[in-house]
Design a binder for this molecule. Structure first.
Ligand code: UDP
Ligand code: MG
Length: 332
């Protein structure tokens, strides 16, 4: 059945007009990370072509296979054999969404570069609008998710996260803007030149500044397949965003320290007064237990928060490469 699906997809691909090779460098690169996206790729490809072909500009599509375990890679290879505008970067294992995007950006050559998901949540049909805005002279045109077609729990979590991030981040990260965007070559080169390993692309993109603008769009539901981000990975991504872009957690530790100190002074005053008026009351077992646990809790949280930062420093200091490429198709 798998083979049948595969053949059908290939037939659909070859049925379209024969593409011609792009000049080097092309005007536009589209970077798409793909992790187990076999069901989405054929539709994605035809919808991309439907959106980009009429625009009369030379483009390349860079697929990054992020260690997929399904037919994604072989499908991509076949597609690249048919369409010379396709570049396929096969990573040595699953490195994660943000790193896959970085790998794609490193290999892109276009004057403008688009980042989009491989599950059709970012509809290719809005790309012409992006390109138009970019041609107006913006360095970054990012997509703002106006509505989401995901479960309410996920939607609420996203909404809360983006508001929290905006409150605490030391830079202005736009609300509800994901990775879906078009960037000018200059911005891409700056991004590629950044050494940091904890990649939160939408954050470092904002950090760069220059002329940026948002474009609202309706975020679709996944076309097929299951989301590749598990809850834990989403929480890690959120932590990456919060910790890489704010000192707030560290400040909260200092604040907690000040709070506890003030509390201890108040308690001392209370006991002094008690001793001078009604006399000291020896039984204090409950108080002691609560106080001990409370302080131990605060100290552990403090160590944990500091540990988050130290761990990230350790990651950066090791200076390992961001990703390993097994093979590249569609480019000499
Ligand atoms: N993805 C990836 N590596 C991963 C996880 C996801 O390259 O380890 C890709 C995935 O194929 C998709 C995009 O990143 O194209 C977004 O993933 P997903 O749809 O699971 O995330 P969500 O839309 O739920 O944020
Ligand atoms: Mg998705």
């Amino acid at each position: 059945q798998e083979a049948l699906r595969f053949c059908r997809a290939l037939a659909a691909l070859t049925a379209q007009a024969a593409p011609t090779a792009t000049p080097d460098p092309p005007q536009l690169s589209v970077v798409i990370p793909a992790y187990n996206e076999e069901e989405n790729l054929p539709t994605l490809y035809s919808r991309l072509r439907a959106a980009l072909d009429p625009l009369d500009l030379e483009y390349e599509i860079i697929f990054v296979n992020d260690g997929s375990r399904d037919a994604t890679l072989s499908l991509l290879q076949q597609m690249a054999a048919i369409d010379p505008r396709l570049v396929v970067i096969d990573l040595a294992r699953n490195f994660g969404h943000q790193v896959a995007i970085s790998a794609g950006l490193d290999h892109s050559r276009g004057r403008g570069v688009i980042i989009m998901d491989g599950d059709l949540q970012d509809p290719p049909e809005v790309l012409p609008e992006f390109i138009a805005k970019w041609r107006e002279g913006y360095d970054v045109v990012y997509a703002i998710r106006e509505q989401r077609k995901e479960g309410w729990l996920k939607r609420t979590a996203y909404t809360l996260f983006y508001r929290l991030l905006k409150q605490v981040a030391s830079i202005d990260i736009p609300l509800d803007a994901g990775d879906f965007c078009i960037m000018d070559r200059g911005v891409v080169d700056l991004l590629n030149g950044m050494p940091e390993r904890n990649r939160f692309v939408r954050g470092i993109r904002s950090w760069i500044g220059l002329r940026q603008t948002g474009l609202a769009y309706a975020r679709h539901a996944r076309y097929a397949g299951r989301p590749k981000y598990t809850l834990t990975r989403l929480i890690y991504l959120a932590l990456d965003g919060l910790i890489s872009f704010s000192y707030l957690p560290l400040r909260m530790i200092s604040l907690a320290g000040v709070g506890v100190s003030i509390m201890s002074i108040l308690i001392a005053i209370f006991y002094t007064i008690q001793k001078l008026t009604v006399g000291l009351s020896p039984p204090g077992f409950a108080t002691l237990v609560v106080a001990t646990f409370f302080l131990a809790g605060i100290q552990l949280i403090t160590i944990g928060v500091i540990g988050e930062y130290v761990g990230r420093i350790f990651e950066e200091v090791k200076g390992r490469p961001l990703y390993v490429v097994r093979k590249v198709w569609g480019r000499e």
